[in-house]
Design a protein around this ligand. Structure first.
Ligand SMILES: O=c1ccn([C@H]2C[C@H](O)[C@@H](COP(=O)(O)OP(=O)(O)OP(=O)(O)O)O2)c(=O)[nH]1
Ligand SMILES: [Mg+2]
Length: 154
């Protein structure tokens, strides 16, 4: 896969040692952590959602890949800090600032500090098949139109 181009939009990221370009916490980490590019601590009130910039533009370019923004499990499980859009899908042709919709789904206020690692980003392959309109599918699958728990719970 070709390199993903990253543009630093906010010089704070390279000038302020509290910040750094996104990194993987360990060599085996799938995600790179996205830092909150804010100047002051932000109180995210219980139930509130804020769109937070990363100060970065990430250009994938190859349309066979896309980016995804996902919550960090510790923030999500322990503090109720998840994404207002639940999952962020980043198009390969997107060249704007990578933004993170932070939703405080808990019943307690949460303070987001400058450079906090607020979410994580992965790049995934995307199959882009043509879509062929048909009157009947080529075969009848076992599942058919079953969904939403049709196979039961146990
Ligand atoms: O968490 C997110 C989700 C999206 N985006 C940016 C990148 C993405 O490529 C673009 C469009 O996202 P999406 O397709 O989900 O938004 P939309 O509501 O469909 O807007 P559009 O009409 O611009 O596609 O917004 C982010 O920066 N962060
Ligand atoms: Mg869209």
């Amino acid at each position: 896969m070709q390199a993903v181009q990253v543009k630093v939009l906010n010089p704070k990221i390279t000038e302020d040692k509290a910040f750094s370009l996104p990194t993987r916490a360990t060599d085996g980490s799938a995600g790179i952590d996205l830092r909150a590019c804010i100047d002051e601590p932000l109180t995210i009130k219980a139930g509130a959602t804020h769109l937070i910039g990363t100060g970065l533009a990430v250009y994938i370019q190859d349309p066979n890949y896309a980016g995804m923004i996902l919550p960090r499990s510790g923030l999500g499980h322990k503090h109720g800090i998840v994404l207002g859009n639940l999952v962020g899908l980043i198009d390969a042709d997107y060249q704007g600032e990578l933004m993170v919709s932070i939703w405080n789904r808990s019943n307690e206020d949460f303070i987001l500090n400058p450079s906090d690692r607020m979410a994580q980003y992965i790049v995934v392959p995307v199959a882009r098949p043509e879509f062929e309109v048909v009157s009947e599918f080529s075969d009848e699958s076992v599942r058919g139109a079953g969904g939403f728990g049709h196979s039961g719970r146990q």
